[in-house]
Design a protein around this ligand. Sequence first.
Ligand SMILES: Cc1ncc(COP(=O)(O)O)c(C=O)c1O
Length: 502
Amino acid sequence: MTKLRRPAHEDAPEQPVAPYLDAVTAYGFRGSTRFHIPGHKGGDGADPGLRAALGGRALLLDLPQDIHGIDMGPSPTPYERAERLAAEAYGAGRTWFLTNGATQGNHALCLALAPPGERVVLQRNSHASLIDGLVLSGGVVGFVVPEYDSELGVAHGVTPEALERALAQTPGARAAFVVSPTYYGMAADIEGCTRVAHAAGAALVVDGAWGAHFGFHPDLPESPLRLGADAMLASTHKIVGSLTQSAMLHVAWNGLVDPGAVARAVRLVRSTSPSSLLLASLDAARRHLAVHGEDLLDRTLVASAHARVAIDAVPGCSVVGGELVGRPGVAGWDPLRIVIDVRGTGCTGYEVSAALRASYDIHIELATHTTMVLVLGLGSDPEPLERFAHDLAETVPRIARAGESRAVPLPPLAIEHGTVVSPREAFLGAGETVPVEEAVGRISCEAIAGYPPGVPSLLPGELVTTEVIAYLRELTAAGARLHGAADPSFATIRVLAARPSN
Ligand SMILES: Cc1ncc(COP(=O)(O)O)c(C=O)c1O
């Protein structure tokens, strides 16, 4: 296990600097002669349309790896300093900047923690990149099912009790992967989950893709690492303001995740030409959050609180949030998500969001049968939210119907599953496409999740049953989309080819 050394002083006097951004900027604008990639040479060789679209400055800053004074030269290089400052800001022992999203982090964590045959426990509705990570790594999986709000049709977090049971059913599990917060902004009890994971000898890994701002304001949930988690992912681009596709992977000080193993795995799933624009945006976003985050979040929290009241006043709409805290699977919540329950309008979230798009060019993060979810950022202005509440108040009476829209069900059958072979064997094994009715008793090569509710009904390596087929058909009939299905109409499915009998 690689040991991490704590820095001499913890008081973070360097957070106001952004060493990688500064180094890239200095190189980009000083007029060096470039006989290296990329071929556009700071913009001279780029298509004029691209230059006009991105601006010459962005192209000047688009640099490759291994430039002296940026990520080469005496250690710590500006790049190393930037990652260390990010680790310091999040209370991590080590941080990696990622240029293929939190997706890359999940792949790396699976490679580091779930080598062939090794067991891990996964939250059943984890992001698809975790199953893909197991396809890459060959690990074996046991599941923990999240709490489910059947009225709203929304999955919350896992409880420590459910995680404890899942770990007991997966003896020897090396790690437990949980999601917190959820797409709807609900945070799990990370302290409790850490306690039960550690008691079972497993590392707790938190997919905090949606919670890069946690821990930076007293009214927000604490950052998972400060609650005992061994590793966490943050999709910095989602809420904190780095460029799309950039993210961070953090590993705790001397926890149960070996930073040496993670470093090897990150290298494996990383391009040798990571985008300097994405990396610089991570350095800048960390500085912005560490230095001004509390003030910026204050502004968003005030804007969010006002908007909630205005949206709640629209007949048929009610805002869901803090009142859920304390229910199973909800230990905290994120006011940067505005979850609107639209059941009282008689319309689905899809219908209301389509009407808002058609009339006002409003584009929201997520619509389901029963809800619409808005995502805010740092320092959000109240004005667009005020406009939204006004536009919603105009739209809803125009399209409202009598009655209530209903949530998509999640019958227990949909989450009972029989894993026959590992995700890797199922994904890489010889497969064939068959009509779904002929697939009963065969092993799925596909991961299929209905959205909503977003909980996978089938994963690679699981047995296809009559019940699962009936459930997935019910979902499509109710208007849910099947994520991951090679045939979205669900007439056919890819299963492992039958072994020739000898
Ligand atoms: C819980 C969770 N984890 C990981 C990811 C992947 O993040 P990225 O898009 O940054 O690769 C997502 C994306 O939505 C997510 O919701």
